[in-house]
Design a protein around this ligand. Structure first.
Ligand code: ZN
Length: 243
């Protein structure tokens, strides 16, 4: 099966549409959460996502905050403003859909978590120490996470808590071997790894490959919508930089 893996769409419809067009025909979709928050099109993104079939989707910390399952005050000032606007704009049936999504799950050999297998909603796996500690919190060979908005592959070295960070070559399928991995496809709607292009991955579970891709999208279209709504300027500017 050719599986589209996406995370952190963050209500950026232009980026989400560009990813779906670039990915082409897929047999299934895995979404690792944070469908809304930050961006200007929460309803359009939820509607587009839930029509994809078959779909396994998680919720993330921003989705939870919009639903009132996390304190909005725990987020930074700009994120709070975006969450509050999203709360006012989200249709009740889209809210109910987000409410139905868990923050963690499993798909075949792949454990799924929005943030980390240890703390599915909050923990950022940005370094090899944190990644190494997380390998004991899942039993499958591989774990897929989002949340950091940065493409990454953490490879477990031996069973004693060592771990390497690998960076994939975009558009080149990486063979999944014996090593246990934590794989992050990056963010569709708000990349933070100094590359403003939308990020996603194609997982081929028969060929056992993982391919991360980047795709350009009309950033200024999303930024114009954010300006219309009055979302914070820093959130608008950061899309240009991928940071
Ligand atoms: Zn996020």
């Amino acid at each position: 099966m050719r599986i589209l893996v996406i995370s952190d769409i963050h209500a950026n419809l232009a980026a989400f549409e560009a990813v779906l067009a670039d990915a082409g025909q897929v047999d299934a979709v895995l979404c690792l959460g944070d469908i809304v928050g930050y961006g200007p099109d929460p309803n359009e993104c939820v509607a587009l996502l839930r029509d994809l079939h078959p779909l396994v989707s998680l919720s993330g910390n921003h989705d939870w905050a919009v639903l009132g399952k996390l304190e909005v005050e725990d987020f930074n000032h700009d994120a709070q403003a975006a969450i509050r606007w999203t709360q006012s704009a989200l249709h009740p049936d889209h809210r109910a859909y987000l409410q139905s999504l868990p923050p963690a799950g499993q798909f075949g050999d792949f454990t799924l978590a929005h943030a980390s297998p240890r703390y599915p909603v909050w923990e950022y796996i940005t370094d090899t120490l944190t990644a190494a500690e997380n390998f004991e919190y899942f039993n499958t060979p591989y774990c897929l996470v989002g949340h950091t908005h940065a493409v990454a592959i953490f490879e477990q070295i031996g069973a004693n808590g060592y771990c390497d960070l690998l960076l994939p070559e975009y558009g080149v399928p990486l063979s999944l071997g014996e090593e246990r991995l934590i794989l992050n496809p990056g963010s569709v709607g708000q990349p933070r790894d100094h590359d403003p292009r939308a990020a996603y991955a194609i997982l081929d579970d028969a060929a056992r490959t993982w391919e991360v891709r980047r795709v350009e999208y009309p950033i200024e279209q999303t930024q114009a919508r954010m300006r219309e709504i009055g979302l914070p300027r820093r959130l608008i500017a950061r899309l240009s930089y991928g940071w």
